[in-house]
Design a protein around this ligand. Structure first.
Ligand code: PBG
Length: 329
């Protein structure tokens, strides 16, 4: 009891604060999302994501070497697909000679030890901007699963270490795991976006990849029939436990900051590592506020990342990864 116990004693200096600190951020915490485009020598800033770029394969090679030298050892690849290669079935997604397949090889060639994760969903390849195949005004679950399994296999064949399905179809983890096992890819892992919400924070990402749902008749205008309702909490645990049963090695909550209650629920409920995706809109919000001088960029960034880890994340996919590691020194 006071005055014998005074909590402020443990806050009197940076030395004691660092001694009793419960959550510490290191480069090992991060997965770095990377956007890849066709072409040569291309490094385009994404307008709604200041200081974040789409890069062509030649520059991707240099980028991953830089990341590795900073202690950043995992990347998550996304590709921007030209309109003429998009169709409803996402056919280009399993082209062995496609941009993603080349990107995987480029990273592995440049930096063999880099852990390569790949986004598995049809939206960048879909003429309708949906994560699955559209038919009769809906997203066809089982047909999409077959396509995702094929897409995942093609990434594994190109050398991906971990597949990251971000589509939220039912049963897609089982379908993908089954195909990987049949084809001998026992060591290719699956990081499932298990609790992925229908969030408006994905806007800048969809700008980056030109992958927003199209405004076409008889095509759903949003992703609410597959991504989760942001009002739901218990459902996230249900989704996640099912993905683990189906063979997910790592589970993910997405977005990050507005969903830290979900992160803690899942961390307490599962026995596999938990990832959190701090998404594009979260990045854009801080960049915009900082550009206006309204928030201290670095201080808020560190507070946010620390909060995500404190909530229970074992790893964080974040566009701030390089900024944080530079700040840590
Ligand atoms: C693709 C995918 C999305 C994101 C990651 N994978 C967009 C979406 O589901 O619409 C969002 C990432 C971000 O906003 O940073 N399915």
């Amino acid at each position: 009891m006071y005055p014998l116990r005074r909590n402020r004693r443990l806050r009197t200096s940076e030395a004691i604060r660092s001694l009793v600190r419960e959550t510490v951020i290191t480069p090992n915490d991060f997965i770095v999302p990377l956007f890849v485009v066709e072409g040569k020598g291309i490094r385009e800033e994404i307008p709604s994501m200041p200081n974040y770029y789409r890069q062509s394969l030649d520059l991707l090679a240099a980028e991953v070497k830089t990341l590795w030298s900073m202690g950043l050892k995992s990347v998550l690849l996304f590709v921007k697909v030209p309109d003429n290669l998009k169709d409803n079935a996402g056919t280009e997604a399993f082209n062995a000679d496609g941009l993603m397949q080349h990107a995987i090889k480029t990273v592995k060639n440049a930096c063999p030890e880099m852990l390569v994760m790949t986004d598995v969903a049809l939206d960048p390849y879909s003429s309708y901007g949906h994560d699955g195949i559209v038919g009769n005004g809906e997203i066809l679950n089982d047909a999409t699963n077959k396509a995702l399994a094929k897409m995942g296999l093609s990434h594994a064949q190109a050398g991906a270490d971990i597949l990251a399905p971000s589509d939220m179809m039912d049963g897609r983890i089982y379908e993908m795991r089954t195909v990987l096992e049949e084809e001998g890819f026992h060591n290719t892992g699956i990081m499932s976006y298990s609790a992925k919400y229908a969030s408006s924070f994905y806007g800048p990402f969809r700008d980056a990849l030109d992958s927003a749902p199209a405004d076409i008749q008889n095509v759903p205008k949003d992703k609410k029939t597959y991504q989760m309702d942001f009002a739901n909490r218990d459902e996230a645990v249900k989704e996640t436990l099912m993905d683990i049963e189906e063979g997910a090695d790592i589970v993910m909550v997405k977005p990050g900051l507005c969903y830290l209650d979900i992160v803690r629920d899942i961390r307490d409920a599962v026995d596999v590592p938990v990832a959190v995706y701090q998404v594009s809109g979260e990045y854009a919000m801080l960049k915009a506020a900082a550009a206006n001088g309204w928030l201290d960029h670095d201080a808020v960034m560190l507070e946010q990342i620390t909060a995500i880890k404190r909530a229970g994340a074992h790893m964080i996919a974040s566009y701030f990864a390089k900024d944080v590691v530079r700040l840590l020194g």
